[in-house]
Design a binder for this molecule. Structure first.
Ligand code: GLN
Length: 247
């Protein structure tokens, strides 16, 4: 079994809404506690990156302008990113990054940015710029057969359609579209979601799911991880769940 995870953090200088980079700090922290090695490289505009090296490819969220800025660079690497996906790299994509993994994103001015088309969904914003999905969000996801509440914050004008396998069902908030029943996109090796937070600090089980898939990559299954003491994280989650569910 592997004892090291190689991570590629894409565009951390451009896509870091609501502290999304914190997600990689959480992965590093939880790996460190378990003496699992963690190497994080960066891809940004103009980098020449060998995408095949990585167990985890991470892309955070950003506003329309940032998405437009990097779209050409992303397109240049499309076939390499696709082959990393086909070879079993784990993909974590947040909000703007989630949108760019799909077929396209059309903003509120009608401007269309091509996505990677890795997955079949597409995203369109309302022409009314003030129509946005904003607020705390709680979804219920199932990871390795275990149901878990995932807590986050969403702020997007884009509404994502055509998702065949969502990340979770919405308990509070909007999700893929206004008052949608579903949120995000999920495959065994893909979590694409609107949840900022950062996602992984509020949801250690999601972080561990990702680590275990990366460690177990060669077997094609999740690896057993040494449990960590998450009592503080769980207390914090209890407070948030109580507070948000009341609103
Ligand atoms: N630009 C996108 C939208 O507003 C993504 C925003 C985000 O990443 N929070 O839909």
């Amino acid at each position: 079994m592997k004892n090291k995870i190689r991570i590629l953090h894409m565009y951390p200088d451009i896509l870091d809404l609501y502290g999304d980079s914190g997600n990689m700090e959480v992965i590093e922290y939880r790996c460190g506690k378990r003496k699992i090695g963690c190497e994080i490289d960066i891809h940004t505009i103009g980098s020449s990156t060998d995408f095949s090296r990585y167990d985890l490819i991470y892309i955070g969220g950003g506003a329309d302008l940032e998405q437009q800025l990097l779209a050409d660079d992303l397109a240049k690497h499309s076939s390499q990113i696709r082959s990393a996906y086909e070879r079993g790299s784990f993909f974590l994509a947040i909000c703007g990054g989630y949108q760019l993994m799909g077929r396209y994103y059309k903003d509120s001015n009608g401007k269309k940015i091509s996505g990677l088309g890795l997955f079949d969904y597409y995203t369109e914003a309302s022409e009314n710029k003030s129509e946005r999905c904003i607020g705390n969000i709680i979804i219920e996801a199932e990871l390795d057969g275990e149901k878990t509440k995932v807590i986050g914050f969403e702020n997007h004008g884009g509404r994502t359609y055509g998702v065949k396998s969502p990340f979770g069902t919405v308990l509070l908030g909007n999700g893929n579209s206004f008052r949608d029943r579903f949120e995000g996109y999920f495959e065994k090796n893909v979590i694409a979601t609107y949840l900022h937070g950062p996602l992984l600090s509020k949801n250690p089980k999601v972080a561990d799911y990702i680590i275990s898939r990366c460690i177990g990559r060669e077997s094609g299954d999740s690896a057993e991880l040494v449990p960590l003491d998450d009592s503080l994280e769980n207390k914090c989650r209890e407070v948030l769940l109580k507070r948000f569910m009341k609103t």
